[in-house]
Design a binder for this molecule. Structure first.
Ligand code: SF4
Ligand code: SF4
Length: 454
């Protein structure tokens, strides 16, 4: 793509980076066939090629407050990165959209309700101490407030936020220091487990399952209180400085806990932690440790797959699963087979749905901010998942699971829960709640086999 930045503009590092990516695009349009927002709208400005063109114009004109309709096309992007997997020219669309998001983070041309929803997301989701009381309030006021908010299209993000916050009883996040439960390939190495923000509050059963697996593999697991949200939510919303502060806080907490490696069971967060070296490159106090920990950060299946033969599996589990591959796993981390391979290794049959490469609608913060797009993509995804006639849906990212759970007719599990069952943990089918990928009563421990202190 031809660009016409001035020499002065190219001295700005983000414009220079964007220019390099824009110039790789040869307009071939291959990316459009795999873009979910294009597939449901048929509008080229809802496709990567159209968004790349919009980005070029915005950057050339240095407009940080584009017209509302232009901003909407860019905001609709799910950051699923399906286009980066498809693009034959290697256009770094992820870099381009990140630059645009930072420049337009506070654009006054966004509708007021959306600006409010973005502020609420930034100030609550990454903060469990705020998210838990909000979730309690959400459960209380949702029956009254949601119908009112849903009456006006522009207020629907706030209704979706109530759904997100109030869909399940909030739980106490997991913290502590957990020695190995068995001798194993982990050899007592200290592994920091990231339990995240929303998953920490609504999906504790997933963290418990991962904790169990790691301890059974011989790792000494640490979950420092000072570590928390990875920063992905803030980065998605263009709040780069906040994301950098989160990264620094996590690195500091893991260094203080003497962690040798970091394990993340939410694929969306794993992608962000692996980028900590880049996020903290300008922080002299943190940069060296950020590089070390980012190099030793593993999405759970990356760590377990090479160790699978040495893990203490119990009886094989004979259930049919249909696999929902999160975009963060497939298109960002480029992990295709490890979680499915592990599930098959312990006896599960794992089926692939049609359109497995397409986003479920939860990409970025779109489950809340773009509820209509999210609902259309969720329905399309669930049609394919339900058609597989499986016993349950298995996935690898809490955000996708929350999004799908609201309409799924099958139990939904994180693959860690299913593997932990095969390693002597609780049977997740006994506590399955079809609306929520968590324990049925929300607050209780799902079985106690992890030995967690709470
Ligand atoms: S990231 Fe996903 S939604 Fe955004 S342009 Fe690429 S394929 Fe489309
Ligand atoms: S596939 Fe790549 S090169 Fe082709 S239009 Fe899309 S971004 Fe440009």
């Amino acid at each position: 793509m031809q660009t016409s930045f001035t020499a002065e503009q190219l001295r700005q590092p983000d414009i220079a980076e964007a220019n390099a990516e824009l110039r790789k695009c040869v307009h071939c349009g291959f990316c459009m066939a795999t873009c979910p927002t294009y597939l449901i709208s048929g509008d080229e400005l809802e496709a990567p090629r159209g968004r790349i063109y919009l980005a070029k114009v915005l950057l050339e004109e240095e407009k940080d407050a584009p017209r509302p309709e232009v901003l909407a096309h860019l905001d609709h992007c799910l950051t699923c990165l399906s286009c980066t997997t498809t693009c034959p020219s290697g256009v770094g669309y992820d870099k381009l959209i990140a630059i645009i998001r930072r420049r337009t983070a506070n654009a006054p041309t966004r509708p007021a309700a959306k600006r409010l929803a973005r502020r609420l997301l930034i100030h609550t989701v990454p903060e469990p101490a705020r998210l838990r009381p909000l979730a309690r309030l959400g459960r209380f006021i949702a029956p009254l407030a949601k119908p009112l908010l849903n009456r006006r299209r522009e207020w629907r993000p706030l209704a979706a936020m109530l759904d997100m916050a109030g869909g399940a009883r909030p739980q106490r996040p997991l913290f502590g220091d957990y020695p190995p439960l068995a001798e194993g390939p982990g050899e007592g190495r200290r592994a920091a487990l990231l339990t995240g923000c929303a998953q920490g509050v609504f999906g504790r059963a997933i963290s418990e399952a991962t904790l169990h697996l790691l301890r059974m593999a011989g790792f000494h697991v640490v979950i420092p209180r000072q570590a928390g949200c990875c920063g992905a939510m803030e980065e998605h919303l263009g709040e780069h400085a906040r994301a950098v502060r989160r990264a620094a806080a996590n690195v500091r907490a893991w260094v203080e806990a003497s962690a040798e490696l970091v394990v993340i069971d939410a694929s969306g967060c794993a992608g962000t932690v692996k980028e900590y070296a880049a996020l903290l490159k300008d922080d002299p106090a943190m940069a060296r440790n950020a590089v070390r920990l980012a190099e030793n950060a593993f999405e759970l299946s990356e760590l377990l797959a090479p160790l699978a033969d040495a893990l203490p599996w119990r009886a094989p589990r004979r259930k049919r699963l249909v696999w929902h591959a999160p975009c963060s796993l497939t298109h960002h981390l480029r992990i295709a087979d490890q979680p499915k391979g592990l599930l098959e290794r312990v006896g599960f049959e794992v089926l692939e749905p049609a359109e497995a490469h397409l986003c479920c609608g939860a990409g970025g913060a779109n489950a809340v901010l773009e509820p209509e797009i999210a609902a259309t993509l969720r329905a399309r995804k669930l049609d394919h998942l339900h058609a597989a006639a499986a016993d349950a849906i298995a996935s690898a990212n809490f955000g996708c699971m929350r999004n799908l759970a609201s309409e799924a007719r099958l139990p939904l599990f994180h693959y860690a829960q299913l593997l932990a069952w095969a390693a002597g943990g609780p049977d997740p089918f006994l506590t399955a709640n079809r609306r929520m990928p968590a324990t049925r009563d929300g607050g209780a421990c799902s079985g106690g086999t992890c030995g967690c202190a709470t």
